[in-house]
Design a protein around this ligand. Structure first.
Ligand SMILES: O=C(CO)[C@@H](O)[C@H](O)COP(=O)(O)O
Ligand SMILES: [Fe+2]
Length: 215
């Protein structure tokens, strides 16, 4: 497994965002994770396209944008123009997922599909060969700082088996409640990328915490 870490800026200090962006730049983190919430698909509103654009100006690593919005296909080029390198759309919000993935690729980005904790991994059988990444939610999306759902380990194993069976190159990313209590076991189950927000930014030494999450 790759053992990559994508700090979620949802837990950063929005009154001093450039400081937290610099922490991620200086750390062993691989990507920035940006959570876009619309108050419709999920019961919370976070930030939108202008903030992605602002982060892009300072970020020295790729932007992994997690869209928790209805009709994500409407905003593909807008997020590309704002600086997204990888665009994650929810399976549950995408009735024409095959077309949406094609459009993300045509816009020049990597395409990720995200699944909520209740969505069966097996539903990805006919899309897994064309996506670059699957993001498994290990909490119900909408908020940072929630408790990790233990059943996620089993879902990561199921997805790793599906990826192997289909000879897919998709990476497995896990998001929600990730800490050093579960990181090693997640990599062992087959995860490549771990998203972590509050565990990193509420710690005394975020740079060190990011290093610990890569072990
Ligand atoms: O997508 C989401 C939440 O919906 C996440 O990316 C959170 O921002 C992760 O935060 P922590 O659970 O690590 O605090
Ligand atoms: Fe996220």
């Amino acid at each position: 497994m790759k053992k990559m870490v994508a700090p979620s800026l949802l837990a950063a200090d929005f009154s001093n965002l450039s400081k937290d962006i610099e922490i991620v730049n200086q750390s062993e983190a691989d990507w920035f994770h940006l959570d876009i919430m619309d108050g419709v698909f999920v019961p919370n509103i976070s930030f939108g396209i202008p903030v992605v654009e602002a982060v892009k100006k300072h970020a020295q690593k790729p932007l992994d944008v997690h869209l928790m919005i209805v009709q994500p296909e409407k905003y593909i080029t807008a997020f590309r123009d704002a600086g997204a390198d990888l665009l994650n759309v929810h399976y549950e919000a995408s009735p024409h997922l095959h077309r949406t993935v094609q459009e993300i690729h045509n816009a020049g980005m990597k395409a990720g599909v995200t699944i909520n904790p209740h969505t069966p991994v097996a539903l990805l059988e006919d899309i897994i060969e064309m996506v670059d990444l699957v993001l498994i939610m290990s909490v119900n999306p909408g908020f940072g700082g929630q408790k990790f759902i233990e059943h996620t380990f089993h879902r990561v194993e199921q997805l790793r088996n599906l990826i192997n069976k289909k000879n897919s190159k998709a990476l497995i990313e896990v998001d929600g409640g990730v800490s050093t209590d579960n990181s090693a076991q997640l990599y062992e189950a087959g995860a490549d990328v771990l998203v972590s927000g509050s565990f990193i930014f509420k710690s005394d030494d975020p740079v060190q915490t990011i290093s610990e999450l890569k072990k």
